[in-house]
Ligand binder design. Structure first.
Ligand code: DGT
Ligand code: MG
Length: 372
């Protein structure tokens, strides 16, 4: 009699927005490898390949146990040949030669360092690498012209590449709440992004601001920014104004998810308090009295609040999958402003995330389970 070991065969729905993905990832070794390949594709301008690896990683993140054999993956969607090869290598020998080579690659390292500068995108980084600039030192020495965002990014490079903790996020929240309360009494500030999903750290802190009375939020962002600036909280800011208008005939460009909210990309000067993990910020001179933190502010009219909340809570892949589900499975168009039903030729209103999931024919997934 041949003894066969019991191994569970996994299966999971194909859209990330149909799955519950907590932060408890049982397959981090595999998903780290696939995420690195995704990152490399994105840094090389190959977004399609990037999404394919992100989807593969997300499918594994949703599994209830560690994968030990390839044969368990029969019912797991989104695993293409390339991803399966990487998974096989990791399962059999603990590592993927392709991923290990990538980790050591000078080009990948340079792309990571340069795009790690706030304000530097893939194209700029690629151009600099073509000019022989691979490190921050080389960038500082050879001095290509930097814009205002990039100068701030370079100046605060170490701070902005140090993860932001929950206590720091709460401290930023207190400042933003004071600002909003002062310039528009009754304004509501909500922490969004990764922290709303329960992450312990983030690369930035994201906030959505609204007012319960429609229209009162208009013009709020400039006032907010000028209050923050006058109190000395801003090291950098760039504000985009709201340009979203609903058209009677439906969304003009259904595929577009460009944000048209009042939005501010900023770098906060956050005072460091004792006990908040300020050590390490100051290097040799001892702890500095403040650190730089990336903060994103978004203002939404209350009529669009639920859509904005859903659209800015993430994860990025979860958002992308929600929009794909809406388009491909429901013939609807979802954005951070609205949901348009092409069959009925009308916008579907919602005042909560639960209602939006219901419109989409999806089971409600709470923020802590959107970590795809
Ligand atoms: P983090 O900050 O790296 O810990 O992780 P997240 O999930 O907070 O990511 P982040 O801060 O880049 O973005 C927060 C969420 O907001 C993200 O999951 C998707 C959404 N988001 C970010 N940028 C845009 C945008 O330009 N348009 C739209 N519609 N959504 C965006
Ligand atoms: Mg964030």
């Amino acid at each position: 009699l041949q003894q066969t070991e019991e191994v569970e065969v996994f299966s999971t729905p194909s859209y990330a927005c149909q799955r519950r993905t907590t932060l408890d990832n049982h397959n981090a070794v595999l998903t780290d490898a696939l995420s690195l390949l995704a990152e490399n594709a994105e840094l090389s301008g190959e977004d399609g390949r990037g999404v394919a690896f992100r989807r593969a990683a997300a499918a594994l993140k949703a599994l209830p146990l560690p994968v030990t054999r390839l044969t368990q993956l029969g019912g797991v969607p989104c695993l293409g040949g390339h991803s399966l090869r990487v998974i096989k290598d990791v399962l059999e020998s603990g590592a993927s030669p392709e991923v290990e080579a990538l980790r050591r690659s000078e080009r990948f390292k340079a792309l990571k360092v340069l795009t790690g500068i706030f304000g530097v995108g893939v194209k700029t980084a690629g151009r600099w690498i073509g000019e022989g600039i691979l490190t921050l030192r080389q960038l500082r020495d050879s001095g290509p012209t930097l814009n205002r965002a990039q100068r701030a990014g370079l100046r605060h490079y170490d701070d902005l590449n140090r993860p932001v903790g929950r206590a720091e996020a709460a401290a930023v929240a207190a400042v933003v709440e004071a600002a909003a309360g002062s310039v528009l009494p009754g304004a509501r500030v909500t922490l969004i992004g990764g922290f709303r999903r329960g992450k312990q750290t983030g690369h930035d802190v994201d906030f959505l601001i609204t007012h319960p009375e429609e229209g009162r939020e208009a013009g709020l962002m400039p006032k907010l920014v000028s209050w923050l600036d006058s109190q000395g909280f801003l090291l950098y800011q760039k504000t985009n104004s709201n340009s979203y208008l609903e058209a009677a005939e439906g969304p003009a460009r259904p595929a577009s998810n460009m944000d048209r909210f009042e939005r501010c990309f900023s770098v906060f000067k956050l005072p460091e308090e004792a006990g908040r993990g300020g050590a390490g910020a100051g290097g040799e001179g001892g702890p500095r009295p403040w650190r730089a933190v990336r903060v994103d502010l978004v203002v939404s009219p209350v009529s669009q609040f639920a859509f904005a909340l859903l659209g800015w809570t993430g994860s990025k892949l979860f958002e992308r999958e929600l929009r794909r589900w809406a388009g491909h499975e429901m013939n609807m168009c979802l954005s951070s402003h609205a949901l348009y039903d092409h069959r009925q030729s009308r916008y579907l209103r919602a005042s909560s995330e639960e209602e939006i999931f219901a419109h989409l024919g999806l089971e409600y997934i709470p923020p802590s389970e959107r970590n795809a």
